[in-house]
Design a protein around this ligand. Sequence first.
Ligand code: NAD
Length: 503
Amino acid sequence: MSTTQTTPPPTQTLTKVAVAQGDGIGPEIMSATLRILEAAGAPIDPEFIQIGEKTYLNGDASGIGEDAWETINKNKLILKAPITTPQGKGYKSLNVTLRKSLNLYANIRPCRSLTPFVPSLHPNMNVVVVRENEEDLYAGIEHRQTPEVLQCLKLITIPGSRKIVREAFEYARTNGRKKVTCMVKDNIMKLTDGAFHDMFKEIGAEYPDIEQEVQIIDIGAARLASNPLNYDVVVTLNLYGDIISDITAEIAGSVGLAGSANIGKNFAMFEAIHGSAPDIAGQNIANPSGLLNGAVMMLQHIGATDIAENITNAWLKTLEDGVHTADIFSENFSTEKVGTQEFADAVIARLGQRPSTFEPAKYAASSRREAQNEVVEESLPTPSKELMGVDVFLDHANKDAQKLGEALSSLEGAPLKLKMITNRGVKVFPNGNPETFCTDHWRCRFVSLDSNIQVSPPDYRPVHALEVIELQKTLTEHGFDVIKTENLYFFDGDRGFSLGQGE
Ligand code: NAD
C-alpha cells in the first residue's frame, strides 16, 4: 500500500489554532486526529490550551482560565476534543460558555450514511443540520414563581434568526446543496417561532436558486427520521436542532462519526458531536472519526480544500477497506478491528488514495472564514412601539377563577381595567370552563379604561407606564402577590403579544 505523506512547504503560512485535548477519550482522539492532519500537510500550527475537567476541579466553575482565553482570543480558531462537565450544581457548561462568549451563532452538523460499510437505516442519506446556537431556551433564564409553577424563558431575537437563516442559505449555496427546510412550531408559538419562520421567508427570497420549505418540527422530525432522503439542509432553533441533529447522526450510523462546526463572525470552533465517553477512556478503542471530521470542516473553513479532500478520501478508503474501530465493527463488513491510533495509521497510509465505492470528496474551493469575516451586521429599522396594557402574574392559592376575576374587576382606585384572566394560558375569566385545571399562577390582563374589550378584535388604547406601576401598587395594597408583569406592546401597529387560548 502506497503511503503519501506530505509536509507543508516552508513558505506556506500556517494558521494558528487553539487546540483543547479535552477529557475522557479526548486526548486519544485528538492525538490521532493531529497525526493525520500533520501527515496530510494541514497548514495549521496548534497551540494547546487547558480547559475542562481539570480546570473545573481546580476551582474554576467556568472550566476555562485566563491563559486559555488569551490563546483563543488571539487565534480565533479552536479545535476541541469533548469535555467532561463534572456532576453537581455550580459547574457551568463550557460548551455553552464558549458558544455564547465567542458569538458562535451557527452549529453546522453534516450527517451522511456510510453504507454498506457502516450499517444505517438509511443508505444514501446526507443531511446537514444548521442549528441556531445561542438563543432559545438555552438562555438559561429560569425562575420558580409560585409553590406550583416554574418557568424557563424562550428568547428568540430577530437579528439572531436572520443570521442563522442566512448562514443556512449561504452554506447550501457554497456547498452545492439544493434545498433548505426550516423547522418551527409556529402553530403554537406564533410570535417566537413565527418570527423565525418570517425571517426564513424574507431571507429565502434572496436565494431563488435554492428550493425552500417550512415544516412544523414534530412532523418534520418524524419525517426526517423515516425518510431523510427528502432532506438536504435543515435550519432550526437551538433546542429543536439539538434534538434533530442527534437523530440524524444516529440514523446515519453512529454519533461517533459526525463532526460539528460552531461558526461566528470572527471565531469558529470545530469538534465531534459526541461527548468524552469516560466509559472507554484510556483504552485506545475510541473512534477518532467524529473529531477528524470536525477538523476537516476546519480545513475547509480556512480554505485548505485539497487537504480536506485528501483526508476525507483516505478516511473513506479506510472504511471501505473494512479497517474499523470497535464501535462500527461488524462481521459482515469489517476486515480488521483496530484501536484509535491504528485507525489513524490506516488513514495516514491511505493519504493520496481515493475511495472506490463512496463518491470521492469534493469541497467548495472558497474559504468560509473570509466570507464570514465579510458579513456586515444588518442595521434594521426600529419599529414604533406603543404600550397598550399589562399582564400581571399573581401567586394566588385560592383556585376559584370567578372569585378572583370579580375581585380584580372591582378593584378600587385601579388605573387600568381587567380584560381577562388565564391559567396556564387558558382563559378562565370571564366565562371560563369549570373543568379547566388551575394552578396557583394567574396571568391577569389589564388594559386602558378607554379600551373596548367587548369588540372583536378588541380595541386596545394606549396606557402610560406610570399606570402600570400604579396598578401594581394598588394590587399589592389590596393584598395580591404580584410575581411579575409583562408589558403589552404594539410594534408598528401590530400586536406584540399572544392572545389567551379562548380569548
Ligand atoms: P458520550 O457521547 O460521551 O457517550 C455516549 C456513548 O457513546 C458511550 O457509550 C460512549 O462510549 C460512546 N462513544 C462516544 N464517542 C465515541 C467514540 N468516539 N468512539 C466510540 N464510542 C463512543 O455521551 P455521555 O456519556 O452522555 O457524556 C459523557 C460526558 O461528555 C459528559 O460529561 C457530557 O457532559 C460530556 N459531553 C461533552 C460534549 C462536548 O464536549 N462537546 C458533548 C456531549 C457530552
